[in-house]
Design a protein around this ligand. Structure first.
Ligand code: BJW
Ligand code: ZN
Length: 238
């Protein structure tokens, strides 16, 4: 039996499926990943910009980066991998999509409930009054943007050193622990606590299938690795 036949069989047999996605699932939609080739913006690494300290020091610089990314994302559309996950969700009674992505492409593809561990680039939060509101303006008319109250707004995302949205990691852990099949798609598995979901699922008895052109630090936990673009491999599972 080929790996593809094996993976199809696991998918068909599983009544509960959970999925963890990362930036790589959107690479074929033209959105740069964080790490690896093309992952940098100017001379900055994500670790230099995706922090509360960077924002406190230079909100304009951080917003320039987010504005650039919002422009790229707005030009992109969901790809075959995003669409394959919508199809899998339709077939399964228990399905949980956990994403580290903030780009909103799973929503656009038509996925149902999505656990957005790292927030949403299309939302903002006021540093003064705490308001949390949607904003889809591209490009932003004024950088940095402000809230209706006049306070400085920040991107509605989770930066290094910040807590994930309340209760979300617990919900993700529960889904990983109860899944018979856990799909890991397009993540370098280097950012925690998200990456910990992979060993969590494995220890709880799930089969783990990874889709990624490059092996990562947790690839050895996978029962099967499809080493290539997610948009080419995932549709073949169906
Ligand atoms: C393809 C493809 C194709 C290419 N098809 N694949 C335990 C140990 C060590 C450190 C920590 C720890 N626990 C917590 C930490 C600290 C920190 C952390 O993890 N640091 C590491 C760098 C070591 N974590 C945190 O601070 C988190 N908060 C937290 O833990 O709170 C509790 C706490 C607070 C204070 C003190 C202590 C504890 C928060 C993490 C927030 C991450 N935020 C970002 C930015 C979000 C907003 C934005 O988008 O701007 O999230 S950083 C960035 O990395 C983004 C991503 O979601 C995240 C993960 O990246 P991802 O998705 O894996 O992308 P890449 O680029 O890394 O990989 C892409 C992959 O795709 C590659 O593998 C390619 O090969 C592949 N690929 N083309 C399929 N076509
Ligand atoms: Zn406000």
């Amino acid at each position: 039996m080929t790996s593809l036949e094996q993976a199809r069989e696991w998918l068909a047999a599983a009544s509960s499926v959970a999925v963890l996605t990362g930036a790589g699932i959107s690479a074929e939609s033209g959105i740069p990943t964080f790490r690896g080739a093309g992952g940098l913006w100017k001379e900055y690494k994500p670790e230099d910009l995706a922090t509360p300290e960077a924002f406190a020091k230079d909100p304009r610089l951080v917003w320039e980066w987010y504005n650039w990314r919002r422009e790229l994302i707005a030009k992109g559309a969901p790809n075959a991998a995003h669409r394959a996950l919508v199809e899998i969700e339709k077939r399964k009674t228990r399905f949980t999509l956990i994403t580290q992505n903030v780009d909103g492409l799973h929503d656009l593809a038509g996925s149902g409930k999505i656990l957005k561990l790292h927030g949403d680039i299309w939302r903002m939060r006021c540093m003064e009054c705490g308001a949390n509101f949607p904003n889809r303006r591209v490009p932003l008319p004024k950088i940095p943007p402000h809230c209706a109250c006049g306070g400085l707004a920040r991107p509605g995302v989770v930066w290094f050193g910040e807590q994930l949205p309340e209760g979300m990691m617990q919900e993700a852990e529960h889904a990983a622990a109860s899944a018979q099949l856990f799909l890991v798609i397009g993540t370098s598995a280097t950012v925690y606590p998200a990456a910990s979901l992979i060993p969590h699922a494995k220890k709880s008895g799930a089969r783990v299938i990874e889709f990624n052109p490059e092996p990562g630090p947790l690839s050895n936990l996978a029962d099967c690795v499809f080493q290539g673009p997610a948009g080419e491999w995932l549709p073949q599972l169906l």
